[in-house]
Structure formats: C-alpha cells, structure tokens
Design a protein. Sequence first.
Length: 348
Amino acid sequence: MQPLTTALELSFQDHQDKNLKHLLFCCIIAFMNLSEKIKQEALSLGFDILGITDASPIEPGQVQMLREWIEKRCPADIKYMQRNLEKRTNPGVLLKSAESVICLAINYNPPGLKEPGTAEPAGRVANYALYEDYHNFIKKRLRLLREYISSLVPDRLEIKLCVDSVPIAERALAQRAGLGFIGKNHMLINPRLGPQLFLAEIITDLPLKADEPIDGNCKGCNRCIEACPTGALQQDGTLDAARCISYLTIEHEGPIPSELQGKMGDRLFGCDECVLVCPYTQQAPLCSNKEIQFYPDRKWISLKEIFELTPQSFEKKFSNSPLYRPGLENLKRNARICLRNFRKLSYQ
C-alpha cells in the first residue's frame, strides 16, 4: 500500500480539473497537519517528545544483533524474548494493518535527590523506580491520545498501544522515529533530554508522515563501559545481561552468583551507573511532568525496613511501584547482600 501522501500527489499530477486539484491539495494539507495535531496533543498530555516512523520491520542488522544477543548473552530466565522475536522486530505482526508507529517518551531525570540522612544501612534504588509504575501512568495517557486521534479520524482507525510489556523493539523504532540514538549503554539517548526516558508506542493503520532519524553517537566516549560495576557492558559493544545489576536485582530468580554479590555494593534495586556518567545526563533537564507521582524518599530505603516487610505491608507500600516487580523474597535477598557489603565496608 502506498503512503497516503504519495497516492494523493500522484492523483494530483494526473488530474487537470481545478476543483479536483483543490480537493486533493486540501487532503494533502489535512494529512500533513494530522501528524502535527497528534504531536501537540501528546505534549499537552505530558509526553516530552514524540516521533513517527513507518511500520516496516526494524533493520536486518539490528534483528541479527538481537538474535545473536539472545543466543549468546541472554540469561535463561528471559529467553522468552526468543519466542517473540518476530513480533518484537516487526510492528506489522502486532497489528496486521499497521502503517505507522508513533513513538513517545517522558523524561524522568529526578529532581532533588539527597544522600541518606543517617548511617543506618540503606539500599539504593534506581531512579526510574522513584516514580509510580510508569506502565499504568503512560497507558492512561495513551488511551487519551487514542481517543483524540479517533476524534480526528472517526470513520476508520486501528490502534495498538505499547508500553514496555508488549514485545516490540522500542528503542530501535524510537531511533528510527528521530527520538534519539542508541548509546554504548544500550539506552536510547536524546541529545537534549539524555537517556532517562520512559518509552511508549502507538501502532496504527494511519499512514502518517514519518520523521527523520537524528544524528548522534557515543564516538570517543567510554564512560558507561568504564563505570559498569560488573563489566556487563563490554568493549565490543555487547551487553552481558547475566552480569548486569539491574537484571540481577529485578529479573533474576534465585541466588545471585557469589562473585557478583560484592560488586552490587548498596544497590537494592537496579543500577544507574551507566546512565549517570553519560555526558548527556549531565546536561539534561529535570523531569518536568508534575502529574506522575514521585517518591524521592525511596532513593535510599532502610534495609531494616525491607527485612520487616510482610506480604501484606509489601503489597500496600509498593503495589503501584516498579519495586513490586522482583517480589518480596527477591527484594529481601537483595537487602541481605547489601547488608553484607555494608558490613564489609565498615570493617575496612
């Protein structure tokens, strides 16, 4: 199927009738304005940036890199990515009528974080988990954006909303839509907003005008690789997820390998090292979205408090937080490792 602009332009060239030319010209203008209207509405809903790409599969080279990573570097308990590889790399599998992918992002660079106020052992939490569960927050706004788009195109519209849990190569698509570039830390980096971004997508049958990718790279910079506590980020550009502290403290089930426990330090949930040292983080603005619930006191959580949590109190405190994802037992596992590391440091 030809993009709508191409089809209209060809028709425009083929017809001499003034009225028909005028009608076709108005259709082209309306089509061009549709993308801008969607972008403006997305900004009003609290998204920081939006880009549009077509719904073709991601580039073969990226597919091959993903396949090789799954086969060689992907931990056993997230091998499910292999089963969804076709969906992950081709929006047309998720929505057969797909023409466009609207890629959106919210900057979560947190404001006003402080060091722990006491010498009591505390565990450090990754920045993204200082907010309410972004899946729920973003889905509500995607639904509102879907309603708005439907009001602009009331006669026909197919849409699929995606927020992380849907199998889609969101960083590759966001890069193609002009939201940023994928850095050596494997994060999408926007030159203005940095790498601390919540991503989301809308796949639709609307043939929207695609944006161009932007220039950007990490050439000459290896700060994230040098800062990685466990060597998960490697010089050849690959990520050994089985050594990544974010994976180990959030996704990994069972005991954490003993040789990596000491490298976790006080990291109770996730790890931000490869993000915080990024030059683009240093110049990024703080999160400006005031509607997403922010919990700055969760940057450092008392290990004693974690040990005292019951299933009921854990549910009540963290049910709408990313901290809920690993489950209570794994969070206590992480806290025990943090406590051992704290004691070792105290004896030195």
